[in-house]
Design a protein around this ligand. Structure first.
Ligand code: PLP
Length: 372
């Protein structure tokens, strides 16, 4: 699904040198690499504060802790996403409220969010799923009208740009009140281990969060709030510094591959391709995900595997049907889109090193199967 060795070959010298420098300096935790990466990412995103942490799941949890959400507060998020999003809501004893998604871009459905808002609702967590920015204008309007926080789960969308109604271009993860991201190796900006970060333009919130990631300390050995231990280590920060200057090129390579996939499928009636907007960068293709119609999706998966083509089903089960997250308040009729997507989505290999002949082989194999 991803080719991290190929990408490494292009940045090997810098990465190896960086890792060697960290080993020489022995500043493994909170070293200069971490601080430098934080500044460079703030500049890249044009956001006031980046707070590095240990992974994308922690980042989400810490963002929610920083906002002071309390047990019983309702947090609305998408039914069709990776479980980390709902997991941290539940872990903090907040009440997850899962809602359906949009059939075109797979992101949280605005009408469903509207219906789910109650006096207990405190936050909405849109996920920029597969690298495509959610409808942030509508979400920010709802948030303002109902006095809610918007927490962007930007684990899959780093580097995507969103053009708001005001005509202003902003990077995904800098539009809501706070955002989280993950540097898991296969993400668009991935390190060589675990890593994550929180972004915000709110000075006071950034200060609160900086204490939370460090055991609730604002002054050494004074623990003002209950915190966690969540750090990005220096070696990972060094790897991320080597990759960040290439992030836009990496994302362009993904977009190019996506265009080629889509061009190959253009005449296929049984294949629904993701929407690609030519005028903007609001999709950075963390995944290239098709829907297949009148086709046995699981048989297609098997067929591709038999031809040594990796593929993925993200995600095979709606969160509202996962044992850990079922709730008697949910009504099947409220999740028609997610319930359909889990049966017909399939993600094809997507990374920065895809060659034309690979794309040709993959698309031909898919097309042969759906038309057999
Ligand atoms: C990867 C991912 C996370 C979690 O990130 P980790 O670094 O693996 O903890 C959270 N949300 C979404 C949507 C993700 O894709």
């Amino acid at each position: 699904m991803v080719d991290l060795q190929g990408q490494y070959a292009g940045i090997k010298q810098r990465v190896d040198q960086t890792i060697a420098n960290v080993l020489e300096s022995a500043a493994f935790i909170n070293g200069p690499e971490v601080h430098a990466f934080q500044k460079e990412l703030e500049d890249y995103l044009d956001v006031k504060h980046v707070i590095p942490c240990a992974n994308g799941t922690d980042a989400l949890q810490i963002a929610m802790m920083g906002l002071g959400l309390q047990p019983g507060d309702e947090v609305i998020t998408a039914d069709f996403t990776f479980a980390a999003t709902v997991e941290v809501i539940a872990l903090l004893h907040l009440t997850p409220v899962l809602v359906d998604v949009d059939p075109i871009n797979f992101n949280i459905d605005i009408e469903a969010v509207k219906k789910a808002i109650t006096p207990k609702t405190k936050a909405i967590v849109p996920v920029h799923l597969f690298g495509q920015v959610a409808n942030m204008d509508a979400l920010m309007e709802l948030a303002e009208a109902h006095d809610l926080f918007v927490i962007e789960d930007n684990a899959q969308g780093i580097g995507a740009t969103y053009t708001g109604k005001d005509g202003k271009k902003r990077k995904a993860g800098t539009i809501g009140h706070v955002a989280s991201t993950s540097f898991f190796p296969s993400k668009n900006l991935g390190c060589y281990g675990d890593g994550g970060a929180i972004f915000t333009n709110d000075d006071a919130l950034a200060h609160t969060i900086r204490g939370i990631v460090n055991h609730g300390m604002y002054v050494r050995y004074h623990h003002d709030v209950v915190g966690v231990n969540s750090r990005l280590d220096s070696i990972q920060a060094g790897v991320l510094r080597a990759k960040l200057p290439h992030l836009d090129t990496y994302n362009q390579a993904r977009q190019d591959a996506a265009r080629k996939y889509t061009a190959a499928f253009v005449n296929e009636e049984k294949i629904i391709t993701p929407i690609i907007c030519d005028k903007c960068d609001c999709h950075v293709f963390h995944q290239y995900t098709l829907r297949v119609v009148d086709t046995d999706r699981d048989a297609l998966v098997k067929h591709l595997q038999e031809h040594d083509i990796p593929c993925g089903v993200y995600y095979p089960i709606p969160l509202h049907l996962q044992k850990a997250y079922t709730d008697e308040r949910y009504n099947e009729a409220d999740f028609p889109v997610t319930n359909a997507l889990v049966k017909d989505v399939i993600s094809l290999p997507m990374h920065t090193e895809l060659e034309d002949d690979q794309i040709e082989f993959i698309t031909k194999t898919v097309i042969d199967f759906v038309n057999q």
